[in-house]
Design a protein around this ligand. Structure first.
Ligand SMILES: [Zn+2]
Length: 163
């Protein structure tokens, strides 16, 4: 999944009735594995999916961040839980290979040469190389549109009741 991660996070936030967060937080938490791994890939010219697409790295990052935030700013602990949820959703709906998901327990990561974001987007959205993953993205955006349409209708009804 590429663009669908933010739709996925928003849909789960609404379905689980979680505290709404601002869009910047939602975006960063939803794309954290890609932000880190793609940056590493571009800088070091290696594969786009890497260490931060591992459940192990996610769990260690969550535990460390939670421990630090608990000492420094305990009022922000709930955001660490939310970030961990969005991180986990990212991993689930990226459908990574098991060797990536459970790194380092299943062996070393295979590096597939250079990483090109444009090539990745072209393969994904133009050539439809990953139709299963792309269809999950379409489903989440469809649910997002339904939720937003219902919200807008409810807001319009409230507006008409009060004016
Ligand atoms: Zn990813």
């Amino acid at each position: 999944m590429i663009a669908g991660h933010i739709a996925c996070s928003y849909v789960f936030q609404r379905l689980l009735r979680l505290q709404p967060v601002n869009n910047v937080f939602l975006f960063v938490a939803s794309y954290l594995p890609d932000i880190v791994d793609k940056t590493i890939a571009i800088v070091f010219s290696i594969s786009g999916r890497g260490y931060f697409h591992s459940v192990t790295v996610m769990a260690v990052s969550y535990a460390l961040t939670y421990k630090i935030i608990s000492k420094v700013r305990p009022e922000f602990r709930q955001f660490i839980h939310l970030a961990a949820l969005y991180y986990a959703l990212h991993l689930i709906f990226d459908f990574p290979e098991l060797i990536v998901l459970f790194w380092p327990f299943l062996g070393p990561l295979q590096q597939s040469g250079h990483f090109s974001l444009l090539e990745r987007l072209y393969n994904y959205y133009v050539l439809w190389k990953y139709p299963f993953v792309l269809s999950s993205e379409v489903i989440f955006f469809t649910i997002l549109i339904i939720i937003k349409t219902k919200d807008n209708r409810a807001a319009a009804m409230n507006y008409h009741k009060t004016h």
